[in-house]
Write a new protein. Structure first.
Length: 282
């Protein structure tokens, strides 16, 4: 009998839908020949506490919280998702989301799986979430957990808990942490793909280059032009892409006469952004 091949995306989807562990989800999909609904049934038959039996619904609302440890050397983002805006704005639901974040900080949690297993008032968070499903009557999931560790970490929660941003810095002072929060607000607004051109993922570079090269070749004005010219134009377009989509090169939203990189140097010439995380609902 042939063994079903399942993708990481399928495993992740089942994990987010049910709250079950990654290996359990993989096995469920393999045993169910990749059938998503059968895999949920498989998990239930094996005694898994499947928190979301309503797989036909999507949890696109919720509460995102971004915060840091007291020493500002680690930052966390958690996303507690639900189905409706009404539930997301409920004070009890927001308090529950905050209690999950408090548990992450208290236990120095490293991953989503570890957070789901962590105890809140003596009960695993995964079971607490299942209780919320029964109480509220709609799908509730802990869908995201992000962490940044650095010499200094700034956090920013945007709007009514709809977006969270973390920024890692190479130094840790009150002035720089405030600057880090300003940069986090920049990231929230402008959604850069990386800190600088050097840190853009190779696959993103290749994809963008392929797109702009094809655009140039399809331009009637470029018909018959040599490959060298097309390559040169493509490089120019890529540079424009980097300027628009990498953090350090973007115009600073609070002072467009400076780039973000220039703004940060004006605060401290020796500080750098090491990484950032941005999580948004929807």
């Amino acid at each position: 009998m042939a063994t079903a091949t399942v993708t990481a995306a399928e495993i992740n989807k089942l994990r987010q839908t049910t709250g079950a562990g990654m290996m359990d989800c993989r096995k469920a999909l393999v045993e169910s020949d990749g059938d998503f609904e059968k895999a949920i049934d498989y998990l239930r038959k094996k005694g898994q506490k499947v928190s979301a039996l309503r797989s036909d619904r999507e949890a696109k609302e919720g509460v995102i919280i971004a915060t840091t440890t007291p020493d500002n050397k680690s930052g966390f983002i958690t996303t507690l998702a639900c189905e409706t805006d009404f539930v997301a704005k409920n004070s009890d639901f927001v308090s529950f989301a905050q209690s999950i974040m408090n548990t992450a900080i208290a236990n120095n949690v490293q991953s989503l799986e570890e957070l789901l297993a962590a105890k809140l008032d003596g009960t695993a968070i995964s079971d607490k979430i299942s209780d919320q499903v029964a109480k509220i009557g709609e799908k509730v999931q802990l869908t995201r957990f992000e962490r940044v560790d650095a010499d200094g970490v700034a956090a920013y929660t945007h709007g009514a808990y709809r977006m969270g941003v973390l920024v890692g810095l190479t130094k840790n002072t009150p002035e720089l942490l405030q600057a880090g929060k300003d940069i986090a607000m920049q990231i929230a607004a402008m959604n850069p793909v990386a800190v600088d051109p050097e840190s853009v993922p190779a696959e993103t570079v290749e994809r963008e280059k392929a797109i702009v090269t094809e655009q140039i070749r399809n331009d009637p004005k470029m018909a018959g032009k040599p490959d060298e010219m097309i390559e040169k134009i493509a490089v120019g377009k890529l540079n424009a892409f980097f300027k628009e989509n990498t953090l350090a090169a973007q115009p600073f939203v609070k002072d467009a006469s400076k780039t973000v990189g220039e703004y940060l140097k004006s605060v401290d010439a020796g500080v750098k952004v090491t990484q950032f995380k941005r999580v948004q609902l929807g």
